[in-house]
Design a protein. Structure first.
Length: 198
């Protein structure tokens, strides 16, 4: 078929200018003759105004698909934001409880001694300064230092065999743990404890 615009010869589209040469049925997409009024495949009525009614623009499919992804993306972002908020609130609550534990409990008169076998024996008093909370399951964080003051060992040891420390009460605690025989200094703090509200 010859292109009426530039005179070039092509098939369905002109090779010279890209114009549409073939006429397509809007119902079934079958190629029809330029002068046909009805499709010889499905008998659908043909219009003379357009010769490319059978062509489908890919953007008609791509744009709705692209738009439909936005609600899913927003939902996923909101889901992650909610999960992050819950985790952050939980961590904050845990840190606040731990800070409360550390401020209520106080170590008094700690002493330690390392044997020739590397066993450190600790003796100390733990006082509960809270007026409302009782505490149990105390965990101590111990550190051991060498002659030059360099940290050579540390550990967190839990003491669950002692009874609950009531508000305003002080109890004596003694425990052993293994460490380096070269330890020349040591420190101890309360790492955490379980609060029992009345």
């Amino acid at each position: 078929m010859q292109c009426p615009q530039c005179g070039g010869k092509g098939l369905r589209f002109c090779e010279s200018c890209g114009a549409t040469l073939a006429r397509l049925c809007p119902s079934c997409g079958q190629e029809v003759k330029p002068q046909a009024r009805f499709c010889d495949m499905c008998s659908a009525a043909l219009t003379a105004e357009r010769t490319d009614v059978g062509r489908v623009d890919d953007r008609a499919f791509l744009e709705p698909a692209r738009a439909s992804r936005w609600p899913l993306a927003i939902f996923v972002i909101l889901l992650f934001a909610i999960a992050f908020g819950i985790i952050l609130a939980s961590l904050r609550s845990e840190l606040e409880k731990r800070a409360q534990n550390l401020s209520d409990l106080e170590i008094e008169d700690p002493t330690w001694l390392v044997s020739e076998f590397g066993v450190a024996t600790w003796q100390l008093q733990v006082r509960n300064r809270s007026k409302t909370s009782a505490y149990k399951d105390i965990h101590f964080h111990t550190k051991y230092y060498g002659e030059s003051g360099t940290l050579i060992d540390q550990s967190i040891i839990g003491q669950t065999q002692y009874r609950t420390i009531l508000p305003g009460e002080s109890i004596f605690i003694k425990f052993d743990e293994f460490t380096s025989r070269q330890a020349a200094g040591a420190s101890i703090i309360i790492d955490r404890a379980t609060a029992e509200m009345p």
